[in-house]
Each structure stands twice: as C-alpha cells, then as structure tokens.
Design a protein around this ligand. Structure first.
Ligand code: MG
Length: 384
C-alpha cells in the first residue's frame, strides 16, 4: 500500500506573535516542523512525504529546519487558506497513492500508533480522522448565558492526521475548489458525501497554537529528553583453558570466563543497561540460550543487535560507564582497545564510553579469582 503524508505547514502562526513562523520555532533542539515531519518520515507505513510551507520559506529555511530525512521530502508552496495549501500538495501526490494523510505541522507529538490507526481506518472506510473524547461538560452559551448542556458522549475533538483513500480526497478537494470553505479536509469529505470514521487520537497530540501551548510543549520535551538511565550487571565463573574476552577484546590470561557464548561480561552488562534504559527487557529475553540463531554469536554481535532494538524505539545512546571487577590479570593496559570496541558496537564515539577496572580486595568469590563481574550504567536520550 502506498501512503503519502502531507504535512500542512503553510500557516503563519500569527497567534503566537513570534518573529518567525510558528512551525520553525524550536522545541527541545528541533523545530516543530522537523518533529512533525520526523513522525511520518520514520513511520514504516509511509511511502512519501510532502510538506506545504508558506511560499516565502520555500527553499532554504524550511529545508534547513526539517534536517536529515529518510524520504526525499518534497516542498510545495501553500495557498491562501489551509484547504488551498492541501489542494496544492495533492496535485503533487504520486498517481498510484492508495491513502493520503494530512497532518498539521503544529502537532509535533503525534504517535506512530495514531498514524497507524488512521491509515488502517482510511484504507478500510475511505476517510478517517484521529479524535479524542471530551472530558469536560459542554455548554452552549449565548451572550454569557448557558442555553444548553450538550451531551458530551457524541462530542469529539478532531485532531490530525486525517486520512483518505485517494479518490475520496480528490472528491473533497473538488468540493473545496467549488467554493466551499472548511477548516479541515474531513469537513469537505463529509460535504462530498463520504462517511468519515473516527479513530482514537491522543491527548498528547496537542496543536501548538498559543504561547502557553509552546511553553507546555517545551516542558514536555525537556521531561522526555532529560534522559533514561539503565543499569546492567553480569558475572561469570573463571576456569582454566577458556579465552578471556572483554568488550570484544581478548585479554591475555591463563583463565577465561565460562559461559554459553564467549562470556563477555562487559558486553552482557552493557546490553542489559541499554535494554533496561529503554524498558525493553533483558539479554535473556532477546537472546535466550536455547535460541539456535544466537548459538556461537559473539557477545559484541548481540550488543550490536540490542543497539538496533533500542534505536528502533528512537533512543540515542548518550554515554555508557562500566566497572569490571577482576582479581587478575589487571586490565588497565587493555582499556583503550576495549573502549574503542565497545564504542564501535554502540555507534558512539569512544569519548562517551568509560571502562574502569577494580579488584575485589581478595574478598568473596571474585576476590579469590573464581569469577569476574561487571557493572554498567547507560544513559539514553528519547528522540521521539
Ligand atoms: Mg553473561
């Protein structure tokens, strides 16, 4: 199924009173527009992304604001009204598109789940919008006096995305071009005689319209991106005749760690730390001893796979710190290649990877040289 996303960013955002268009304002290090585009650009069901911007911003500014994308994002100049802008974009939609989504650029926090629900319902029913139920009691008011309490069961607040089969949107746009004014495409589709289905939106999918909205959005992003921390711990017995592998590096030693794989305690602890920070479970869940796929795989390869799982959830690894507890041999001369190897698997620079060696002062099994242990802490950033 070919799904096109049109991001409507042609408004001037005059209610915010900022000197630059609202969609280019920064929220946590990225513009509102960049966040909205990324939500669709990274969604697996999206085939094509078109952004409608004010004609003034057509080239440099809007492109610079969007940043790097997976799709070849196309910019289209907007029109006088929102519906004119969407109509301009629709003219550029690939002929073979099955479903076209329209999303307000001012809603940067739309989730992948809401996008999926809208695509599914639009494909099935022809037209669908994300909407949320009303929690407050609704009053109809005339000159400061309540004239009616409206039953709220039948009231929904429309959000975006709004999704349409291509021919349904074509009919809606034709109604708009015939002179009908509407605040969204769903209203035009209704006028064209198509039933518009409602799918569950989300309260977090707010539209940034006022100064208060902008401040709340910035607080929301700060809380989400402040960091996600995870810890990992691992221990293996030391036995004669095994290689000692730490962070993928073989350390000269008469004894090595006993285990199913190469028993690399550094990789195992770090894998648990990053999975933990992303609340993705642990190493045993993703790489069970009983699974033939991982039999004989090096622990650094498992770590790379865990890094991909974490990245798929749109987490970035900020830094990792590891303590290795080993009575002998001393690992200090091997720490640099270990850091480089670990950083390579994590996809970050070695400057953000720390490894420290300790002994256990002769105490307990680790102190008697019967085992090796490692502790790891990882900090992830939520880029969603
Ligand atoms: Mg282990």
């Amino acid at each position: 199924m070919h799904v096109t996303a049109i991001i409507a960013a042609a408004g001037s955002g005059s209610r915010l009173g900022a000197p630059i268009p609202k969609q280019l304002l920064d929220v946590g290090g990225r513009s509102i527009l960049a966040r909205s585009v990324a939500a669709f650009d990274t969604h697996p069901a999206i085939s094509e992304v078109i952004v409608v911007t004010p004609a003034l911003l057509m080239d440099s500014e809007a492109f610079a604001s969007i940043g790097r994308t997976q799709h070849d994002v196309r910019l289209v100049a907007g029109g006088a009204r929102r519906q004119d802008s969407v109509a301009n974009a629709f003219d550029r939609v690939t002929e073979g598109a099955d479903v076209v989504l329209i999303h307000d650029a001012a809603r940067p926090f739309v989730s992948a789940e809401t996008i999926s629900r809208t695509i599914e319902a639009a494909a099935r029913h022809g037209a669908a919008i994300a909407a949320i139920e009303v929690r407050d009691t609704i009053k109809r008011v005339d000159r400061d006096v309540v004239v009616e309490t409206v039953p709220r069961e039948s009231i929904f607040l429309a959000q975006t995305p709004q999704g349409f089969r291509r021919h349904v949107l074509a009919a809606a746009i034709a109604v708009g071009r015939s002179g009908v004014d509407a605040t969204d495409e769903a209203a035009l589709a209704e006028r064209a005689g198509h039933a518009v289905h409602v799918v569950r939106g989300e309260p977090a999918n707010v539209k940034i319209t006022t100064e208060d909205d902008l401040a709340a959005a910035r607080r929301h992003v700060t809380a989400a991106t402040a960091g996600r921390v995870g810890t990992g711990y691992d221990l293996h017995r030391l036995v004669d005749g095994r290689r000692l592998v730490l962070a993928g590096v073989t350390i000269p030693s008469p004894r090595g760690a006993l285990g199913h794989s190469d028993a690399d305690v550094v990789c195992h602890a770090v894998t648990d730390a990053i999975l933990g920070a992303a609340t993705l479970g642990d190493i045993g869940r993703h790489f069970p001893d009983t699974d033939a796929r991982w039999k004989g795989a090096s622990s650094i390869a498992l770590l790379r796979h865990a890094v991909a799982l974490v990245a798929a959830e749109r987490f970035e690894i900020a830094n990792v710190d590891v303590t290795v507890i080993l009575e002998s041999p001393r690992i200090k001369d091997h720490i640099e290649p270990m850091r480089v190897g670990l950083a390579g698997a994590l996809g970050i620079e070695p400057a953000r990877v720390s490894i420290k060696g300790k002994t256990n002062e002769g105490v307990d099994a680790v102190g008697r040289g019967e085992a090796i242990a490692a502790h790891a802490v990882a900090l992830l950033r939520d880029t969603r």
